[in-house]
Design a protein around this ligand. Structure first.
Ligand code: FEO
Length: 169
């Protein structure tokens, strides 16, 4: 059973995952408009991953008999370069990592073992997400304005495919 306070915290985070999904879909659109079709695919896959995260939280709340409440969000859509988008992606993911740690702290404080086990997968996932973003940012900084380098990286980014996380249904 979830406490009201734990349910509220999880519901709030569910909305953050939904925001993340829309943020990356917006970045996919921006990358496509800039002519980076590979990056557009990368961000589209990121959108799919975030929707899967969102659904995990949605299903967790439903399985505990909690009514999900949605909040509206303004989604930024002005970007000027791939580097800017990936910098903002890393900053956003670092924010998500902090939020996930706070959720875990909350679950530990309440001795809510089920929620701690549920959150464990996300805690590990965040390490991988931040590492991927740092890796791409490093490459973009090396490439700078080199058109050939950008083209090669864009091709690489376009190879990303969506792999549903376990129990994302
Ligand atoms: Fe759902 Fe990128 O964290």
């Amino acid at each position: 059973m979830l406490s009201d306070s734990m349910a509220q915290s999880i519901n709030s985070h569910l909305n953050t995952e939904h925001f993340s999904a829309q943020l990356y879909l917006s970045m996919s659109s921006a990358a496509g408009v800039m002519g980076f079709k590979g990056a557009a695919t990368w961000f589209m896959v990121q959108y799919q991953e975030e929707m899967a995260h969102f659904m995990k939280f949605y299903n967790y709340l439903n399985s505990q008999g909690v009514l999900v409440k949605f909040v509206a969000a303004d989604i930024p859509n002005e970007y000027h370069s791939l580097l800017e988008m990936f910098d903002k992606t890393l900053i956003h993911e670092q924010h998500i990592t902090k939020a996930m740690n706070h959720l875990m702290d909350h679950a530990v404080k309440e001795s809510d073992h089920a929620t701690q086990i549920f959150l464990q997968w996300f805690i590990t996932e965040q390490v991988e997400e931040e590492e991927n973003d740092r890796d791409i940012i490093g490459k973009l900084k090396l490439i700078g304005d080199n058109g050939y380098g950008l083209l090669m990286l864009d091709n690489d980014l376009g190879r990303r495919v969506f792999v549903p996380p376990p129990t994302a249904a």
